[in-house]
Ligand binder design. Structure first.
Ligand SMILES: O=c1ccn([C@@H]2O[C@H](COP(=O)(O)O)[C@@H](O)[C@H]2O)c(=O)[nH]1
Length: 502
């Protein structure tokens, strides 16, 4: 059978025999001419060779393949051996379409997967890295996690640099230089051909124009910056006064905790606000769930907000046309616009809903710069419809309305590029234990009514939460003040780890 290197050498010679490697003057995808061209597409007509190559890839990339959920070949050249690699390593395979279908699901990625799954790219030849980046972009748009690529041949013209700079590790079975050495040692090419290729490689480093980097990847870079940047620096970049105020408050008070006071008595809400007040940045209410709402209650809540320095959020999740929402926000029994610093809205009605809220402020006691909304982009409940393309569209709406949007309610930072937008993430709870507050872990659980929970550590570090919403994890504990402090500490520690402060 021979050593791995012997088998690789033998494969190169066989590839040369079937004309995979051509020498001459070839026009490349990226517009520069090359004295050597490799056409691995024809390997499909040589099943034994295809199997040999796939086996070598499986061995070479054993560790990466073992730990990923899927492999995806870059269309179309790599599809044959990506399929063989998937079978050989017992991994699921995904196929990226080059064009979306105009019927049926319109999916760009075929196969069975879910957001958060990891995927390794398989490619035949890398020159600039652009084809791999395009595939990574489409996979990432679907929420897949792609950080590695396996290529048969690296032409050493900048592809690996470009991929690494976008956070994609590249492992290549062969380089063009290695191939030339093998061919020369076997007497298949002469010195002048080797020299020509050498000179060409030195002179032909290929760059990728910025506008060709797929938007999803460019956005990912900004997203990573967003997660690394401390709140006070993000406040400087914010175009919305309330998001800047919230980011500063979190930084100064050293808390990212929002308590969800989902109880039905005003006294209980006020009791919670007073107990948790020193530990929170936002106090979130559902006043339509109160049996005894009154103006006095609102005054008392505002007084506590001032005393303990937190913002009030009414989680009304408005979802109607602008005119109706304007009435619901500014009028009626609750007069939300008068007292809630922040409100939540659904994105379904489109930008008219934001206009509706803004118009209500014209007749309310509040100033525009003291009020803002959060758009619900993605929900925490099981099988939610607010996810994927809906989430993308909701974030786009949020970005386009910095005049009144301070952030988004979301379960992940996918597609959230702006440094100023605040991500508020509900569905947070530590594993239960005797005193109602468990230890830091990644446990997830649910409440039997569709709510899904993640740990504080997980939502901050894995999902990008800025503000984390904790309801029953605190309200149902024996000592809400103590529980609030514990959640605050866990969340703050995770945030500090995220920005590299500890
Ligand atoms: O996607 C969403 C949006 C909002 N919520 C709200 O957050 C709290 C969660 O309370 P827990 O007791 O911690 O489950 C609640 O007020 C919801 O209305 C959400 O859960 N998910």
């Amino acid at each position: 059978m021979g050593t791995f290197q012997d088998r690789l050498t033998s494969l190169v010679l066989k590839l040369h025999e079937i004309n995979v490697l051509k020498f001459g003057d070839f026009k490349m995808k990226i517009g520069v001419n090359s004295p050597v061209y490799m056409d691995l597409r024809i390997i499909v007509s040589y099943p034994k060779l295809l199997a040999e190559l796939s086996e070598l890839i499986c061995e070479f990339a054993k560790t990466s393949l073992k730990s990923c959920d899927h492999v995806c070949g870059v269309p179309y050249a790599a599809l044959s051996f990506a399929t063989m690699v998937a079978v050989g390593s017992d991994r699921s395979m995904l196929v990226r379409r080059k064009e979306a279908k105009d019927y049926g699901t319109r999916r760009m990625i075929e196969g069975s997967y879910k957001a958060g799954d990891s995927c390794v790219i398989v490619e035949d030849v890398v020159t600039s890295g652009l084809s791999i980046l395009e595939t990574v972009g489409d996979l990432q748009r679907e929420g897949l996690n792609v950080t590695e690529s396996i290529v048969v041949v690296d032409r050493e013209q900048g592809g690996s640099d470009h991929l690494e700079s976008q956070g994609i590790k590249i492992s290549s079975l062969l380089t063009l230089t290695q191939i030339m050495h093998i061919l020369k040692d076997a007497g298949r090419v002469d010195d002048s051909t080797v020299d020509k290729v050498k000179t060409y490689l030195k002179a032909s480093y290929v760059t990728i124009p910025k506008d060709r980097v797929p938007p999803a990847l460019a956005a990912k870079k900004v997203m990573e910056e967003r997660l690394r940047t401390p709140f006070e620096a993000r406040a400087e970049k914010s175009s919305n006064p309330m998001s800047a105020r919230l980011l500063r408050l979190m930084s100064e008070k050293q808390t990212t905790l929002c308590i969800a006071a989902d109880v039905s008595s005003s006294d209980k809400v006020l009791e919670l606000a007073n107990a948790a007040g020193p530990h929170i940045c936002v106090f979130k209410t559902h006043v339509d769930a109160l049996n005894d709402f009154s103006e006095n209650f609102v005054h008392e809540l505002q007084r506590l907000a001032k005393t303990h320095n937190f913002l009030l959020m009414e989680d009304r999740k408005f979802g109607d046309i602008g005119h109706t929402v304007s009435l619901q926000y500014g009028s009626g029994k609750f007069k939300i616009a008068d007292w809630a610093d922040l409100v939540t809205v659904h994105a379904t009605p489109g930008p008219g809903i934001i206009d509706g809220l803004v118009s209500a402020l014209e007749t309310s006691k509040a100033q525009l710069e003291d009020r803002a909304c959060f758009i619900v982009a993605e929900m925490s409940s099981k099988d939610t419809l607010a996810t994927g393309p809906y989430q993308t569209a909701a974030i786009k709406l949020a970005e386009s309305r910095a005049d009144f949007v301070a952030g988004v309610v979301s379960q992940s930072s996918t597609g959230l590029p702006s440094l100023g937008l605040v991500q508020l993430t509900p569905g947070v709870r530590v594993a239960h234990s005797q005193n109602g507050v468990g230890k830091n872990g990644n446990d997830t659980s649910s409440d039997g009514l569709g709510q899904q929970y993640n740990s504080p550590h997980h939502v901050v570090l894995e999902r990008g939460a800025d503000v984390a919403v904790v309801g029953r994890g605190i309200t149902e504990s024996e000592n809400p003040a103590e529980a609030a402090k514990l959640y605050r500490d866990l969340l703050w520690k995770a945030y500090q780890q995220r920005i590299g402060a500890n």
